[in-house]
Design a protein around this ligand. Structure first.
Ligand SMILES: Nc1ncnc2c1ncn2[C@@H]1O[C@H](COP(=O)(O)OP(=O)(O)OP(=O)(O)O)[C@@H](O)[C@H]1O
Length: 569
């Protein structure tokens, strides 16, 4: 029994070719933000240059005051540099926010497109985990560009400080260099610890999201079974992990802070000691001593660097997780059109497997154009897999499925969409309004015709805004949802696959739909447990353990007790 968001290839948004063949790496994620990076870089660079110039301006002001000269110029310069610093900070954070917003939107659009274009592969992810990757993960990954630029700009104050200290006196630079090396070791360790913690945290988040989604999908069953407690424990089982990895990040931060509390002041004390000695020997002015101390603090300060390193680590971990989604390859389509024909469907030695488990084995069967074929078999025998393969919701690992002689992969997406449709047992309906759900993008008369054919018109006219009623406002029974799923698939003009698609309808309604469908002359492949329906079929395909156990008319097959047992089930 299939539960699908789509009612067939009709709703796939795949392009003819892969949306973006380049792999997603940290570098490509940075490039996605390229429009903003010059602005962020310029603001960051200007801010750092201002920060570097400030101690020199203050030194000039101090020396002017100490020597009784006019200090207005240096004081004005220092004030201007402070204002510049504030403005640069504001511009940088605004640009970073805007950049992250547009980049995450771009990443999400690309990933959603990729997920929808790969219905044959998307099953490898849990839904909740996938949503977590595309929502929270894309937001983290979107910081790849800004944090890479900030990291590059954050290197400027230490390097600049070193250069200015060399310019003031090489002995100051030597003392500072020792402190700087210590800071670099602290940062490296911090980066390593944060990267691991960030990745584990995101994985734990994804697992919890996956379990929550499963629980929400089965919320009625859980309520009916009274297993709230068990389910809550199952969903929240990842909380200790989440807390562990969250705390690991903070622990790494506080360890870096305490190491920095030693390394930073050590560098400052070293520089000030050397500077004091140089003042005593007359090699440095008091103002230069002040500047040297400030450069030592500026260069060895870790405050801004840990933030940048943490953002980089989160972005890197998130890009890795998004890359796995990005690797989904879009279902590729051909360019062929179908020749004139009645919808003859042929499976030629079709085998499908999941990992190493065979789901369909060497299935060969032909359904003449316009025929009604019933697919029967015990639960788990592969009926839904066969149904999905018939409309190319999944491709066989070997063998071919043809429609009117054309292999399905050779058809263009539009042709496949026009010719085939699948109505599942539990359609997950998509669209803004009822009309959208019944026939996305279709003219209203076609939607009305489909709705009438599947007996959904009365239901639609009772709604406040009839076909324009927003989908989320429509309370729906299982049978009504099935009718909408059927209406959506109805537009296919050669082959309609019904996977238990009328199981929630009363027998009379199901029969009417069957008759309306027969009157259209399309080929029908119907997965069913209904013996009466199988008896009306032109051909029964009896599956067992992924193989065709037998084919023939229901009447002929009925002689076999194993066949009769399928319906007793
Ligand atoms: N996406 C999937 N990944 C891996 N295995 C799958 C997947 N979908 C189905 N299967 C497995 O393939 C086998 C056939 O499943 P299928 O849904 O086709 O059975 P079915 O005959 O339609 O059963 P039912 O009548 O209960 O709906 C089952 O063992 C099932 O667990």
């Amino acid at each position: 029994m299939t539960r699908e968001l789509t009612a067939g290839p009709a709703t796939s948004v795949a392009r003819q070719t892969d949306p973006s063949p380049d792999p997603l790496t940290f570098g490509t994620a940075v490039r996605q933000a390229r429009a903003w990076l010059p602005l962020i870089g310029a603001a960051s660079l200007l801010g750092s240059l201002g920060m570097l110039a400030l101690p020199l301006a203050l030194a000039a002001a101090v020396d002017a005051v100490a020597s009784g000269r006019d200090a207005t110029g240096p004081v004005a310069l220092a004030t201007g540099l402070v204002v510049l610093g504030v403005l640069c900070d504001l511009a940088e954070s605004w640009a970073e926010t805007a950049c992250a917003a547009t980049t995450s939107a771009r990443l999400r659009t690309g990933l959603v497109r990729r997920v929808l274009a790969a219905p044959h592969q998307v099953g490898r992810f849990d839904t909740g985990d996938l949503v977590a990757r595309i929502s929270a993960g894309a937001a983290d990954a979107a910081h790849a560009g800004p944090s890479a630029v900030s990291a590059a700009a954050a290197v400027l104050p230490p390097i600049g400080s070193l250069v200015i200290l060399i310019w003031l006196d090489w002995r100051l630079a030597a003392a500072f260099g020792v402190g700087l090396a210590l800071v670099a070791v602290v940062l490296r360790l911090f980066a390593k610890q944060t990267a691991t913690a960030a990745l584990r945290y995101q994985e734990a988040q994804g697992q919890m999201a996956a379990r929550l989604t499963e629980a929400l999908e089965g919320s009625r069953t859980i309520a009916a079974a009274g297993t709230f407690g068990t389910e809550i424990r199952r969903v929240l089982a990842g909380l200790p992990d989440l807390s562990r990895y969250g705390r690991a990040t903070w622990k790494a931060l506080s360890a870096a802070g305490s190491r920095a509390a030693i390394a930073g002041p050590l560098a400052t004390v070293g520089v000030l000691t050397v500077a004091g000695f140089l003042v005593s020997t007359g090699d440095l002015t008091p103002g230069e001593l002040l500047a040297a101390g400030q450069y030592a603090m500026l260069g060895a300060g870790l405050g801004s660097l840990t933030g940048v390193v943490a953002a980089l680590a989160r972005a890197k971990a998130a890009v890795g997780r998004l890359a796995e989604v990005h690797d989904l390859s879009a279902m590729s389509y051909g360019t062929d059109h179908l020749p004139a024909g009645g919808g003859r469907l042929e499976f030629q030695a079709v085998s499908v497997s999941h990992e190493s488990t065979p789901l369909l084995r060497d299935v060969s069967v032909t359904i003449p154009g316009g025929a009604l074929a019933a697919v029967v078999g015990v639960s788990g025998s592969g009926k839904s897999i066969l149904a999905e393969t018939a409309v190319r919701l999944r491709d066989p690992d070997s063998g071919t499925v043809t429609l009117d002689g054309r292999p399905l992969p050779s058809l263009s997406r539009m042709e496949l969409r026009r010719a085939t449709g699948l109505a599942p047992a539990r359609p997950a309906l998509a669209g803004a309004t009822l009309a959208d759900a019944m026939g996305p993008g279709r003219p209203r008369p076609q939607v009305l015709a489909a709705a009438r054919a599947v007996g959904a018109h009365d239901f639609a006219t009772r709604l406040p805004a009839t076909y324009d009623t927003p989908l989320p406002d429509i309370p729906m029974s299982g049978g009504e949802a099935q009718r909408i799923g059927l209406a959506r698939a109805w537009h296919a003009d050669r082959l309609l696959v019904l996977d238990d698609a009328t199981s929630s309808l009363d027998l009379l309604s199901a029969r009417r739909i069957e008759e309306a469908l027969a009157a259209t002359g399309r080929t029908r492949l119907v997965v069913t447990y209904d013996a009466a329906l199988a008896a009306r079929a032109d051909l029964v395909i009896w599956l067992h353990d992924g193989r065709v156990r037998d084919t023939g008319t229901h009447e002929a097959l009925w002689a076999d007790p194993d066949y009769r047992a399928v319906f007793a089930q």
